[in-house]
Design a protein around this ligand. Structure first.
Ligand SMILES: [Zn+2]
Length: 71
C-alpha cells in the first residue's frame, strides 16, 4: 500500500511543533525562545503546547516587531 503525502491546500507552508512534533500551518505556530542555561533556542510551538510552556519560566514569546525603549 502506498500513502501519498502532499501539501493540502497547496502553497501553505507547514511546520512542525518543536514540542509535540505535530505539523501545523506556519501561521499557527508561535515562535518562542527557550532559555536553557546560557543558550537560547528558537522553538515553533502550536497552540496546545503554548498552554503548557507558558507555565514554564524558561520559555518566552519572541517579539517579532521591533520595540524601541525610550529612556
Ligand atoms: Zn505542539
Amino acid at each position: 500500500m502506498r500513502i501519498e503525502v502532499g501539501d493540502e491546500g497547496g502553497g501553505k507552508s507547514m511546520d512542525k511543533c518543536s514540542i509535540c512534533g505535530k505539523t501545523y500551518p506556519e501561521t499557527t505556530l508561535k515562535k518562542m525562545v527557550q532559555i536553557s542555561g546560557r543558550k537560547a533556542y528558537l522553538n515553533q510551538i502550536c497552540p496546545a503546547c503554548q498552554a503548557i510552556v507558558l507555565n514554564n519560566p524558561s520559555y518566552y514569546y519572541l517579539e517579532e516587531k521591533s520595540k524601541k525603549t525610550t529612556s
